[in-house]
Design a protein. Sequence first.
Lengths: 420, 158
Amino acid sequence: MERVLLKNIENPNSAEIDEYLKAGGYRNVSKAFDMRPEDIIEEVKKSGLRGRGGAGFPTGMKWGFAIADPKFPKYLICNADEGEPGTFKDRPILERNPHLLIEGMIISAYALKAEYGYIYLRAEYPKAKEILDRAIRQAYERNYLGENILGRDVRFHLTVHQGAGAYICGEETALIDSLEGKRGQPRNKPPFPVNVGAWRMPTIVNNVETLANIPYIVEIGGEAYSKIGNPECPGPKLYCVSGHVNRPGVYELPMGTTLREIIYTHAGGIRNDKELKAVIPGGVSTPVLPASMIDCRMDFVSMPKAGSMLGSAAVIVMDETVCMVKVMHRIMKFFEHESCGKCTPCREGTGWLRRILESIEKGNGRPGDIELLRDISEDMMGKTFCPLGDGAAGALRGMLKHFEYEFEEHIAGRSRCKGG
Amino acid sequence: MARGMFSETAIKELEEIRRRYPDSRAALLPALHIAQREFGWLSDDVMRSVARLLNLTEAEVKGTASFYSMFRFRPMGRHIIQLCTNVSCMLLGAERLVDLLKDRYGLEPGGTTEDGRFSLVIMECIGACGTAPAMLVNSDFYDNLTEERIVEILERYK
Ligand SMILES: Cc1cc2nc3c(=O)[nH]c(=O)nc-3n(C[C@H](O)[C@H](O)[C@H](O)COP(=O)(O)O)c2cc1C
């Protein structure tokens, strides 16, 4: 497959506007400006593009809601918070293909009649901040940003806004509060951001990778795009593979590639000739899968059938030496730390789960602990203010579904792990 | 506008940033980043100054700042080591690095060395999972860390 999102990133100067222009970049801005905004939204609907931030919401539908709201100004926000552990797919776009993202945002802003855009970037990526600031400056100099873009009476201003280390700010309503200069805690939905978002105005939040697909959709048309990969949720997809593989990294493949192909063909298989034990397919919020299930396809439609989720396509590969109790304990520590504290089931639940998991890992588990873990996660699932709590509970339930025996072994003192 | 303790460059930078948002509160996170860059950490005095610059109350500034884990509210070491220990880094040995920092520098997570050279902050994923384990030292990024490599790198920070 021809690479779309990671095109030319081997070029050491790929982040420079001249290199981007040389490779045909920004052509799709002119093409888009020759179309009517509503026709672009129509193409995006036809393309079948679904959001790459984790939830997989149809992008064209979201845009349709936003444009139907009569309020102005409208804001376009790029979600570059990339906080889901195991995820590093947006980073190569931000650091090595920033003009593709900017081009995608210009076209999107034109279609959505948004004149102001923000890239909400995690502070953990200081290099991306420098690169994006420079790329935006270049785009202003060449009149792809600013007033009267390309003499076509289009106006779009773009700013990089840095977060400050809070996973929850990846959740779109928490992100909006954070952008407004507040504590990043999720808002009630509805109203949805497309109607009442930043500064109470219609706001479109899309992931980096989602927006980076837009120029290509304009280029080849929604129809042709919809034929790439799984027709139920088409397009090129970035899979980021980490853990015990020979060639970890970000791979651009058609949506719906199997986990087996991703791990063995692209990421080079398991390191040190070990056996594969388990895979967390879409970041730590998604339920783990045992080695026996890696023939499932990595897309928004197939993964739920396998009992997990595509999430952010952060494939964390674990070999036979890994202790699942330890992994689960580390994951819950993450959720406890990142729970924003707004709602009780998440704030208290993640703390309780972490403490029980810690005691099991340290060899102090008691009979009944597994039931207790199940009970607490049941009390969280679907009862928290935002999906962070569901992620925490769901990850644990996945672990217990496939690896309960390891937790039992730890509690019975029969485990090979020494704990700690 | 009350200038407080900020340098002229910082004030100018902030004024320019302020114009990109519909209200001044939105410039709070950028202002706190600038403040932390200038002073190393956010003291009550610094936050009071930020409040005055943006026409906000001290409670608004402190209440917001305290939510975010990358803002610091006490003096830090000269160099801040931000080491990831989340799953992908853990699988490839991040815990050994934490132990090494303890043994070699007497550095505990959340702590600072006695000579004020290093502070250690444990991070929740810095997006370097494909080249784990990884860390930031100040804003310099290092990955594929081993016990030898981390010592070699840290020796460059005096
Ligand atoms: C706890 C939590 C964290 C999230 N983190 C991110 C993130 O880091 N990046 C992202 O793009 N979406 C993240 N999301 C999803 C966003 O809320 C939102 O669905 C997404 O930005 C929409 O863009 P898309 O439609 O292009 O996927 C997160 C959601 C939750 C509940």
